[in-house]
Design a protein around this ligand. Structure first.
Ligand code: ZN
Length: 177
């Protein structure tokens, strides 16, 4: 039975280490961590979660996507588990977009990310997948990929003026609607 995990908050050292690669994705202990991550992400209504966020310093994350107010065209997708993820290439073109993080509740930041990326990862079954992502999916991947390198989105924000509290962010969304 999956366990709803606590989410590590900014300041906990587990968020600042480089996660270890997974030797065997089919290891029952690894599967149990992934099951826990899935229920924890769903409960928190996240669009992604990385293993260090549930105090497991391993190179695993889940990318999920659904349309949302800032990215109305974000593709709806089944949450996808990515093990030992790699960035193969990135587009020169970057784009700034708003991000939040389950480990930094209440804060949003304008983060520059590569608009298109090529990635490789292992599935839960241990199969190699290569994909090209763009826009919102590329953003979520890069955010989660940062987590397994010990980085968080505020590290990439270019100015503290591009950090806002969630309440103000939501208010600005309404006023631009
Ligand atoms: Zn995050």
């Amino acid at each position: 039975m999956p366990i709803l995990r606590q989410i590590a908050q900014l300041g906990h050292p587990v968020l600042r280490g480089v996660a270890e690669k997974v030797a065997d994705p089919t290891d029952p202990a690894v599967r149990a961590i992934i099951d826990d991550m899935q229920v924890t992400m769903a409960e928190a209504e996240g669009v992604g979660i990385a293993a260090p966020q549930v105090f497991e310093p391993r190179a695993i994350f889940i990318v999920a996507s659904r349309p949302n107010p800032r990215y109305p065209n974000a593709p709806p997708m089944e949450p996808t588990v990515m093990i030992n993820p790699e960035l193969l290439w990135v587009s020169d073109e970057k784009e700034k977009g708003w991000e939040g993080c389950l480990s930094i509740p209440g804060l949003r930041g304008l983060v520059p990310r590569h608009r298109r990326i090529g990635v490789r990862y292992l599935t839960r079954a241990g199969e190699v997948r290569e994909e090209v992502y763009e826009d919102f999916l590329a953003r979520v991947f890069q955010h989660e990929f940062d987590h397994v390198q010990g980085l968080v989105f505020i590290d990439r924000v270019e100015s503290s003026r591009e950090l806002v509290m969630e309440k103000e962010y939501l208010r600005s969304l309404k006023s631009h609607a």
